[in-house]
Design a protein around this ligand. Structure first.
Ligand SMILES: Nc1ncnc2c1ncn2[C@@H]1O[C@H](COP(=O)(O)OP(=O)(O)OP(=O)(O)O)[C@@H](O)[C@H]1O
Length: 521
């Protein structure tokens, strides 16, 4: 930590603004923080300074008499210079701010500039300069003392897969990790969106700060505001003491908003305001608090379509989607299956304290037959069941799972994703596997007789439907709920009410992540 503050204090900064008063104000503020500061009044002067020497940070007003701060930003990017750029935009010009972030600005400030925020943003820009691994870099094999680098490399390695698609995802993560631009991670359920968010945080200069993960779909609507922004004692029934919200808990770190598409419209408006103003007002408080968090969000939904249909605010979408990272489904990267299986098996065996079964050619061939629409999470569940239920010897996939896979392939081969992969990993169809399944007994057409007990008859129907849907979706509750058109909360409630047990219950705990605040100790 000492080395970071030494670097920060001696960082060199070029300030570009045509208003002498503002220029002096910024300069004095920065000098007081211990930085080395140069100033310029226009684009031309800034260019001259940049030609003669290198800086750590460039702070530039967007509108200058002979051009724009954007020009300087683009020139620095073109020349692949190291300066991190902070642009200052006019109040309300969201387009400029988003455009600058997309062009590679580290962060932006809005006029009138709040000096506390100014100091915070600059501190964040100079922090860890040179500490972030370059795109695609392997984890540090040297005994570096920079924990940020090692953690970042490790986090990228945790995202298993060396297919071209995954390599480009990892390169993008390493590239965009630095900076404050909001990132929207998009991908089907179980593709590793949360792991990607963890890697983004670990590779960023905020890695020493907290990573707060929030499942937006799992928080009761009436608690959203208090959970996000905090609450003062007595502000609602049950608030017996002041409570910080996610924004406060994430100070100096990253706020990961999972399932952002599930946020109700009213809360979307409040979130937008918090992001724009970088201030939040806890419930029951008259004071706003400045917050310094980087926003990373994720969704399996088509948010652009939700914007079209009015389910999601366009302005918030625009703010969150400054940088997009798309996680490919497993069916588009089947060549990653062997490596994924090895990593997952090692972890699952360790967690359930069982011997790690060998993965031989037959095991891999069996796994390759599974369509895995629930992606890596489903693969994890399949392997977990196979470990829990298997005998000694190499890993074998239970017959039932193979039969369902064959049935699925028979009905929708185009969706199964079991076409041969580039490395020829996909095996021939399984011998002796039925090509159609019989529906569970409880789903057989009902007889004409009226039930004696309507409630238990309905419960049985509901249980059978849920069990079948869960099975079809690799026991992924999020995907099952989406298929059945109910919310995650509802499916949890129903599973509990009907006493449906999921694979892993009572063996090792649920392989799905808890609902929210996953990184909060
Ligand atoms: N590339 C990967 N390498 C290793 N494990 C992975 C990978 N992708 C996903 N996993 C594992 O699969 C499980 C699901 O991943 P994760 O929770 O990140 O997915 P998700 O896309 O956020 O899912 P959901 O949309 O359902 O929340 C986790 O246990 C995670 O560790």
């Amino acid at each position: 930590m000492t080395s970071i503050s030494t670097t920060s204090a001696s960082a060199s900064i070029l300030v570009v603004d045509d208003e002498p008063d503002l220029r002096t104000l910024y300069e004095l503020t920065l000098l007081r923080e211990g930085y080395r500061v140069e100033t310029a009044a226009c684009v031309q002067e800034a260019r001259e300074q940049l030609q003669s020497r290198r800086f750590d940070v460039l702070i530039s007003d967007m509108r200058l008499p002979d051009g724009s701060g954007m020009e300087l930003l683009l020139e620095l990017r073109e020349q692949q210079r190291r300066e991190r750029c902070i642009v200052i935009t006019a109040y309300g010009s969201a387009e400029n701010a988003v455009e600058a972030l997309r062009a590679g600005a580290f962060d932006y400030l809005t006029k009138p500039v709040d000096l506390r925020q100014f100091r915070q943003v600059v501190a964040s820009a100079v922090q860890g300069i040179g500490a972030v691994p370059p795109p695609g870099a392997a984890p540090a094999a040297t005994n570096t003392t920079n924990t940020g680098t090692v953690a970042g490399g490790d986090a990228l390695l945790a995202l298993v897969g060396s297919s071209a698609l995954m390599q480009s995802v990892k390169q993008r993560i390493a590239k965009v990790a630095k900076g404050m631009a909001p990132v929207l991670i998009h991908g089907e359920s179980g593709t590793g969106k949360e792991l990607a968010a963890q890697a983004l945080h670990a590779c960023s200069q905020r890695s020493q700060g907290p990573l707060i993960a929030v499942n937006c779909g799992a928080i009761p609507e009436n608690l959203l505001e208090a959970e996000f922004f905090g609450a003062r004692k007595g502000s609602y029934t049950g608030a017996t003491q002041d409570r910080p919200g996610y924004f406060q808990a994430g100070q100096g770190g990253t706020l990961f908003l999972d399932e952002i598409g599930d946020l109700p419209l009213a809360m979307q408006a409040k979130l937008l305001r918090a992001i724009q103003e970088r201030k939040v007002r806890p419930l029951g408080s008259t004071q706003e608090e400045a917050v310094d968090v980087r926003i990373v969000s994720a969704t399996h939904r088509d948010l652009a379509a939700d914007v079209q249909s009015g389910r999601f605010r366009q302005d918030l979408y625009y703010r969150l989607n400054v940088i997009e990272i798309a996680l490919p489904p497993l069916r588009e990267r089947r060549e990653d299956l062997p490596a994924l299986c090895r990593t997952l098996l090692t972890r699952l065996a360790r967690e359930s304290q069982m011997p790690e079964p060998e993965l031989d050619a037959t095991s891999l061939a069996q796994i390759a037959q599974l369509p895995l629409p629930g992606n890596v999470r489903e693969l994890e569940n399949v392997l977990h069941r196979a470990i829990a239920l298997g005998d000694e010897g190499p890993l074998r996939i239970p017959e039932q799972a193979l039969a369902s896979a064959a049935a699925e392939m028979a009905t929708s081969p185009e969706k199964s994703g079991t076409q041969p992969a580039a490395n020829g990993f996909t095996p021939p169809p399984p011998p002796g596997v039925a090509t159609a399944t019989t529906p569970p007994a409880s789903l057989e057409p009902a007889s004409d007789e009226l039930p004696d007990d309507l409630q238990s008859w309905l419960d049985n129907q509901e249980r059978a439907i849920l069990e079948r849907a869960l099975q079809d979706h690799g026991f992924n509750r999020t995907a099952t709920a989406a298929k059945l058109g109910i919310s995650l909360r509802q499916i949890r409630y129903r599973i509990e009410r009907l006493g449906i047990s999921l694979p892993g219950d009572g063996v090792r705990g649920d392989s799905e992540s808890p609902d929210h605040d996953r990184s909060n100790p």
